[in-house]
Design a protein around this ligand. Structure first.
Ligand code: S3P
Length: 438
């Protein structure tokens, strides 16, 4: 599908709630599937990625019913496999485009005496799985893979051993996989990371009755096994990563003023807001008191004509790893050179996002350089971006970032394979139209 994002005929104005958080939705569904009893989940993101997790846990023996509850949202009832454990499925477990589904499942299966083969689409089948296979193998699970990529067959360990793991990457998917396997081991499983990654797992497991130890000084999290999950109810807040596209759109389109409600404001996810504040963005964040473990609140954004460049450091990257493409669009409109340091992980996301950012923004007339793991963008606040035809590469975040760029182009940006947005934000185009984008 070809999407034309035109220079906006008017400002973006109004108020909305973006759909449920993808990371929290995956975890709510998977933890409910692992738990004893029936969990009621609301506000679950209805997107291709979360449907992959819903389908996968059903294949593995959880009972799932769900119904649409408004745009892009599901209410789901999940009865977990609990102490009976997952079943060995006859057919492969389809993970689609979703790295979170594949990597978290490997951890959830690693401590049960089952055999399962995980498969994914072309993009997912290129992404590295050794980062989870290695520590889970050290815990006793056995894997066969196509050179560290999907398809991966996991044979879980009958008696998994606990692990003390220094992860070479700051990755919430790796951390979660190891902790989930650790629930079945006899003793303490610890994961330490080079920088703090998103902590939804640490916040949600206690809600399912499992204590999680943490040490912020060493970016460590641990569980004491064996430990079993019990069913609970989860209300999923709106996704800050989806909100980020609308936030940047409102910042760069003259006259805009929008309000986004009930957004998850977990600090491990809101690095993009801190970076935009440093760039001078007119954004107010109102954190709601007394919500659950996950902070939530309202974001108010107004057009900011004088954005300025900044430096994004390697320590900050995990807190905004999915927002680099849209921050790159903001940087293209900011005075000066914005530098993103230590963004090598972008090469192994749904596409090679580093190369994709360079080629798409260059096609729009922006000066971009990539040197090792450093990305630099020279912004021009006054000149519109050049019209261009760019390919999403089937990557949802690129499809949305280039659509936003089109709102400040001299005519239009055509986005090929726009339908990739279905992975995390199927209603993205409708949201832009609702807010008044041309
Ligand atoms: C995710 C973690 C991040 C992120 C992905 C979702 C998660 O990946 O890029 O979109 O839900 O745990 P890594 O932490 O593996 O980098």
């Amino acid at each position: 599908m070809l999407h034309h994002a035109r220079v906006s005929t008017g400002p973006l104005t109004g108020r909305l709630r973006v759909p449920g958080d993808k990371s929290i939705s995956h975890r709510a569904v998977l933890f409910a599937a692992m738990a004893e009893g029936t969990s009621e989940l609301t506000g679950v993101l209805d997107s291709a990625d979360v449907r992959s997790t819903l389908g996968a846990v059903e294949t593995l023996g959880a009972q799932v019913t769900h119904e649409r509850a408004g745009d892009d949202s599901l209410s789901a009832s999940v009865t977990g496999w609990g102490s009976a454990g997952p079943v060995s499925p006859i057919s492969p477990v389809e993970c689609g485009n979703s790295g979170t589904t594949a990597r978290l499942l490997m951890g959830a299966l690693a401590g049960w005496p089952v055999v399962a083969t995980l498969v994914g689409d072309e993009s997912l089948s290129r992404r590295p799985m050794a980062r989870v296979i290695d520590p889970l193998s050290a815990m006793g699970a056995e894997f066969t893979s196509r050179e560290g990529c999907l398809p991966v067959t996991v044979q879980g360990a009958v008696s998994p051993v606990p692990l003390d793991y220094d992860s070479p990457v700051a990755s919430a998917q790796v951390k979660t996989a190891v902790l989930l396997a650790g629930l079945r081991a006899d003793g303490r499983t610890v994961v330490r990371e080079p920088a703090p990654s998103r902590d939804h797992t640490e916040l949600m497991l206690p809600h399912f009755g499992v204590a999680v130890g943490r040490d912020e000084a060493t970016n460590a999290a641990w569980v004491q096994g064996p430990a079993a999950l019990s069913a609970t109810d989860v209300a999923v807040p709106a996704d800050p990563s989806s909100a980020a596209f609308l936030v940047v759109a409102a910042l760069i389109v003259p006259g805009s003023a929008i309000t986004l409600d009930d957004v998850a404001l977990n600090p491990t996810r809101t690095g993009f807001l801190r970076v935009l504040h440093r760039m001078g963005a007119d954004i107010d964040v109102d954190v709601h008191e007394g919500a659950g473990a996950e902070l939530t609140g309202t974001i108010v954004v107004r057009h900011t004509p004088a954005l300025t460049a900044t430096v994004v450091t390697v320590e900050e990257i995990p807190s905004l790893v999915d927002e680099v493409p849209i921050l790159a669009v903001a940087a293209a409109r900011a005075a000066g050179v914005t530098r993103f340091e230590g963004v090598g992980e972008l090469r192994v996301k749904e596409s090679d996002r580093l190369e994709a950012i360079r080629s798409a923004l260059e096609a729009m007339g922006v000066d971009v350089s990539v040197d090792g793991d450093t990305l630099e963008i020279t912004g021009r606040p006054d000149a519109p971006l050049a019209s261009a035809r760019v390919d999403s590469l089937g990557d949802h975040r690129l499809a949305m970032a280039w659509s936003v760029a089109g709102l400040v182009s001299d005519d239009e940006v055509e986005v090929e394979r726009f339908e990739a947005v279905d992975v995390s934000y199927p209603g993205f185009r409708d949201a832009l139209l609702l807010l008044g984008a041309g």
